[in-house]
Design a protein around this ligand. Sequence first.
Ligand SMILES: Nc1ncnc2c1ncn2[C@@H]1O[C@H](COP(=O)(O)OP(=O)(O)OP(=O)(O)O)[C@@H](O)[C@H]1O
Length: 316
Amino acid sequence: MTTARAAAVGSLEPVLAVSNLQMRYGTKDVLKGVDFTAQRGEVLALLGPNGAGKTTTIEILEGFRMRSDGEVSVLGTDPAHGKEAWRAKLGVVLQSWRDHGKWRVRELLAQLGRYYAPYSTEQVKRPWDTDELIEAVGLTEHANLKIATLSGGQRRRLDVAIGIVGRPELLFLDEPTVGFDPHARREFHDLVHRLSDMDETTILLTTHDLDEAEKLADRILILAGGRIIADGSADALARKMSTEAEVKWTRNGERFVHSTLDATKYVRDLFAEYGDQIGDLEVRQATLEETYMEMVRQFEAGEADTAVRTFEEVTK
Ligand SMILES: Nc1ncnc2c1ncn2[C@@H]1O[C@H](COP(=O)(O)OP(=O)(O)OP(=O)(O)O)[C@@H](O)[C@H]1O
């Protein structure tokens, strides 16, 4: 096979392929059969309640944790057997801060970047130029400061810089925006878009925040009850929902509320019967967020099975 052809075939392979992934801690099954794939350049958000297994999933894909069962391929390699050259193509931003407090921002990034130099290619120069990287994450004014003096949000930006200094093909971000103010959050979202659009970086991020997932991700994967219970774009998930709508109106000074699956027909019938007597009409469909939050509430109240079943019913 020619090199060009091999590259073309290679690019069609999914960057991530996960099939029937299972993880058991002691007697507790946390992942019971997780399935998904990601193509090059896609941004995926793995969303789910506390304890659903998001970090576990991401750690298995990073090669930091051994799975109990299932098939996993990350950039064509089983992470359980990934070598240095494979690891150099991954970027990882963990949840917890690894302390390098006495280092200065620029110094640390330049130092970490050296590790990636042997993996530089014609297409992808590695590492990222230190000052350009610092600018990309919005730390230019802080480049010469000791890390211990940075605020929480600035440290998180540095975490992101550490994760992308080697210009990864695939980037894992575990709850990247915790501690960001709205401005830092918006800048971070711009950075994620830039990485996926310009560098075709594939990104898998975990978040609790549906709003963030909607803003950032091409696809949202909802993990609950040990499985992916929804997989699609925010629009597709919202469209799939066939929940009841609430119709409110007044007639002769009296207020009425009615729940119905077919609001259009109900309102048509209402006008056919009462015409001009109808006032203050309001029709509200539950949003994806409301449905998701209800699922999380039930999940956190210990009703995991009910939560998953209800959510699946409304999004099927
Ligand atoms: N090393 C471990 N040993 C035993 N149980 C563990 C271990 N790591 C995680 N767990 C348990 O597995 C479940 C999933 O944890 P995980 O951290 O993957 O969830 P998460 O979705 O990332 O949660 P959060 O949103 O709170 O970060 C939890 O019940 C957790 O207590």
